[in-house]
Design a protein around this ligand. Structure first.
Ligand SMILES: Nc1nc2c(ncn2[C@@H]2O[C@H](COP(=O)(O)OP(=O)(O)OP(=O)(O)O)[C@@H](O)[C@H]2O)c(=O)[nH]1
Ligand SMILES: [Zn+2]
Length: 383
């Protein structure tokens, strides 16, 4: 904000600014643009051109300087409400009170959270999470500050000890990875991950990997069931490269969280998408290591072709967090449309009479295997 900290650097930047731009900017223009309250607009006028994209921020910083003050606009009769040290970015990971933010200028900043934001939160530890879009006050010499957290488009969360913990924010896709063989295809597991996607409103992509090991024709029935429900199903092979280009185009510029059983080829797929990632393949997953603490601290991995993946041991195999047995049918697209027609409003669609869901299964309107998966899930949740 105007007139706060005045380091030597800032004085120099301000002096340069005055020298360079004073007299070259029409006062009327500046005033007009300033009324719109937009820092970019002011620079636009100064530069006499429209600017967009990453380059602006750096340029704006040099021109107007960090902590621009009324002095900067001396003779221009405007107060520049511009603070070029503010940069937008995305939180890659959170470690205790520190967050690692990849700013839109391409620089990584270690950031603390502004006290005010913390005091607004009931849970100080989780005020900011991986995936958050933030505005930071960048400081090259000491800790940068997260000044603002943008509203989240989605949250993946889990309740522990009665409190909701957001694990990752703003995920666009849940990439559900299954394998056609080794280990064999487990559609029921796909159904469980789909429940999570529906629960959190994150678009699922069903990715059946290792298709090089089977005859694709054998996969058609199962692919058909999901496709009919409107889910996107990809057949991939990290080995031969099949489907990789398509997957890359899908997740490009998005934030994708990866889930799936151990050994289905999640690391291999990510490496195929971007060889530079160099994720270890075929390792024993951490959850299976005896006595090892399962971490759910999410981490975003930036992709060179644009976008981020969240590939975190504790999240990879998450499922059925905080779903009650009586919520399951409402989260299954094929069952959902029938539940209102059951005789009992609290019908669980298992043993009850006059159950519209069971009728639909009986005459093939609901896939029998999907219904079996439903029963299994409800049973597991009830026990
Ligand atoms: N034939 C074939 N093998 C594959 C394919 N993708 C992965 N694999 C193999 O499957 C094994 C497991 O692959 P990973 O990528 O480590 O699997 P993951 O899902 O990351 O496993 P976790 O880290 O345990 O969760 C490795 O031996 C891979 O070489 C594929 O498309 N075809
Ligand atoms: Zn019913």
């Amino acid at each position: 904000m105007a007139g706060k900290k005045r380091s030597k650097d800032n004085r120099k930047v301000r002096a340069d600014f005055r020298k360079k731009h004073q007299g070259r900017v029409r006062k009327s223009d500046l005033t007009r643009e300033f009324k719109q309250g937009d820092g970019h607009a002011i620079e636009d006028v100064i530069q006499g051109e429209r600017v967009s994209g990453k380059g602006d921020l750096t340029r704006r910083r040099t021109i107007i300087g960090a902590n621009a003050s009324p002095d900067d606009a001396a003779g221009l009769n405007v107060q520049l409400d511009v603070d070029a040290s503010l940069i937008a970015g995305r939180v890659l990971s959170v470690h205790g009170l520190q967050s690692r933010v990849l700013a839109d200028d391409g620089v990584l900043y270690e950031c603390a959270v502004r006290q005010l934001l913390k005091s607004l939160s009931t849970d100080q530890r989780h005020v900011v999470v991986a995936g958050d879009r933030v505005v930071i006050r960048a400081d090259a010499d000491s800790t940068s500050m997260i000044e603002r957290i943008e509203p989240r488009s989605s949250e993946l969360s889990r309740t522990s000890k009665g409190r909701q913990h957001v694990i990752v924010a703003n995920c666009d896709y849940l990439l559900i990875v299954a394998s056609a063989a080794q280990p064999g295809l487990k559609p029921n597991l796909i159904d469980r991950f789909l429940l999570t996607a529906e629960q959190f409103g994150i678009r699922p992509i069903i990715c059946i990997n290792k298709v090089d090991l089977v005859d694709a024709v054998d996969l058609q029935p199962i692919v058909g069931v999901y496709a009919q429900l409107g889910y996107r199903v990809l057949l991939t092979s990290a080995e031969t490269g099949q489907g990789i280009e398509y997957l890359r185009a899908l997740v490009h510029d998005s934030q994708t969280v990866v889930a799936g059983q151990s050994g289905v080829g999640k690391s291999s797929l990510l490496n195929a998408l971007e060889p530079e990632l160099g994720l270890r393949v075929g390792k024993v997953s951490q959850e299976n290591d005896k006595g090892k603490h399962t971490t759910t601290a999410a981490q975003l991995i930036p992709l060179q072709f644009g976008g981020f993946v969240v590939d975190t041991p504790g999240i990879r195999q998450f499922q059925l967090w905080d779903i009650a047995a009586n919520e399951v049918s409402g989260l299954m697209r094929d069952l959902r449309s029938y539940v209102d027609a059951c005789r009992f409003p609290d019908c669980m669609h298992i043993n009850e009479h006059d159950c519209a869901v069971k009728d639909a299964v009986a005459d093939g309107r609901i896939d029998a295997r999907r219904y079996d998966a439903y029963c299994q899930i409800v049973e597991d949740l009830a026990s």
